[in-house]
Write a protein that binds this ligand. Structure first.
Ligand code: GLN
Length: 456
């Protein structure tokens, strides 16, 4: 049935009313939703948005782009969805993604890949929030929600020439977000307009008692945006990679010129542990994913093949999981379970130490103090790097590299993962057909958003 649906229309229709999803030429949406009633008032009144399909909504299904959840209906709304409804924004669709947020190209979806609407040839939109970025790029909504664990809002924003903002860890509630790696998961905002990103952030940036990692009010009170006019922006030398494309280098130098013209100082810096961030990230993320995804066994959650002949519980679970989780998700479960097993030599703990070093190293270079960690202070207000190594590759190029070695896909995250591990705010601003990333001290989200304006 799924294949048939794909041939006629490359979308699995999961709206409670199974009608055609409009304007879905790039397979951006998994479903369109009947418009949720909103107050019709509030700071976002009149706006429309699209929500990544790993954020639960009462309307329609929440699939995480996985066969294991293709019929999952949430009995409740995620906190972010409730807050947006209260603020007057209308949810008009659920967007495609890499299954459970695992990927950087949106080619790992049970519902087929999303295409990048910026290019006439078939290019990836980036992932995992590829549908969310493509939806905004195609003009389907004023903004979209994505999730960013290691770059999944910023990389697609860069590939689709839109703005993608990942706030500090803990500022936006994750109640109702299907967990991938919960020590890293954040909800992010994608739009063409920085003003819209700022407005949406101010609606979502509130303490939520339902999310144990939501930052309490007393810590939020300590976040004070800098009033200094002349800022120091650090360039970590570890981001100056040989692999950066000529277009990326050109965009980066344009961005630096803009900052200098606005009166800011540029300063080369070094953050040694950035070089260890990819292995640390893929150790932590896969371990947490393996643990989180153990619930999709067809008994507690997820696809059940109703195999009457399987008497043995283990075989039942194995067949349910093998039939309903995609190859990349299975790979990560295997990697993660290995990491968590006693044979692996404490990989998880070692990766945790690398993360701690990275948090401290980043923090010690920023002028403002970290609200949670005691470190020395430096003189940087912000840091800057490209978001991606180059422009969006074609689907063919991406898949060829991935087939040659799956680690090639993981390398796409090299510029975004450090800010995720450090838990700091980061935004990707479009420069031509790729993005430039600004990062700030933990809690300095407002400063990041404010200076992003200079880069437009
Ligand atoms: N590409 C990274 C991964 O697959 C990031 C994903 C994300 O941020 N959700 O883990």
């Amino acid at each position: 049935q799924h294949r048939l649906c794909q041939r006629i229309n490359p979308i699995r229709l999961v709206s409670t009313v199974r009608s055609t999803v409009p304007n879905n030429t790039h397979n951006v949406l998994i479903s369109s939703t009947r418009v949720e009633p909103t107050t019709g008032q509030g700071p976002l009144a009149g706006s429309t948005y699209i929500c990544k399909d790993n954020i639960v909504t009462k309307v329609g299904f929440t699939t995480s782009a996985s066969k294991s959840l293709e019929n999952y209906k949430s009995p409740f709304n995620a906190t972010v969805v409730s807050l947006l409804a209260q603020a007057g924004s209308k949810l008009i669709g659920k967007s495609n993604l890499d299954e459970f947020g695992m990927g950087s190209s949106n080619t790992n979806s049970h519902f087929g890949p999303t295409m990048n609407p910026v290019y006439p040839d078939q290019r990836v939109p980036g992932g995992s929030s590829g549908g969310s970025a493509a939806a905004v790029a195609a003009g389907l909504a004023d903004f979209s929600l994505g999730t960013d664990t290691g770059g999944s809002v910023r990389l697609p924003a860069s590939y689709c020439s839109v703005i993608g903002f990942k706030p500090s860890y803990g500022r936006i509630s994750r109640w109702g977000v299907v967990p991938y790696a919960q020590t890293l998961d954040t909800v992010g905002i994608i739009s063409k307009s920085l003003n819209v990103v700022r407005k949406v952030f101010s609606v979502l940036d509130v303490y939520d008692e339902k999310d144990p990692t939501s930052l309490p009010q007393n810590i939020r009170n300590e976040f004070k945006p800098s009033t200094c006019k002349q800022l120091t922006v650090g360039i970590p030398s570890e981001f100056v990679l040989d692999e950066l494309s000529p277009e990326t280098r050109a965009a980066w130098s344009q961005a630096l010129t803009k900052l200098q013209e606005a009166g800011h100082n540029i300063k080369p810096i070094s953050i040694k542990s950035i070089t260890k961030s990819l292995p640390a990230y893929y150790t932590l993320a896969t371990a947490e994913a393996a643990s989180n995804l153990s619930r999709y066994d067809g008994v507690r959650y997820g696809y059940n093949n109703n195999n009457q002949h399987t008497k043995d519980a283990m075989n039942l679970i194995v067949s349910n999981r093998s039939e309903s989780l995609g190859p990349e998700v299975q790979r990560r479960i295997i990697l993660g379970n290995y990491t968590l097993s006693s044979d692996s030599g404490d990989h998880y703990l070692k990766a945790t130490k690398v993360r701690q070093e990275l948090v401290e190293e980043f923090s010690s270079l920023f002028k403002t103090k970290h609200a949670l960690v005691e470190t020395a202070s430096g003189d940087c207000d912000l840091m800057i790097s490209p978001t991606s190594i180059g422009e969006a590759p074609t689907v063919e190029e991406f898949l060829n590299a991935d087939n040659a070695n799956f680690l090639n896909s993981y390398v796409n995250d090299i510029l975004t993962v450090p800010a995720s591990l450090a838990g700091i705010p980061a935004i990707s601003i479009p420069f031509g057909k790729l993005g430039i990333q600004l990062m700030g001290q933990f809690g300095d989200d407002e400063l990041v958003l404010q200076v992003a304006e200079t880069l437009q």
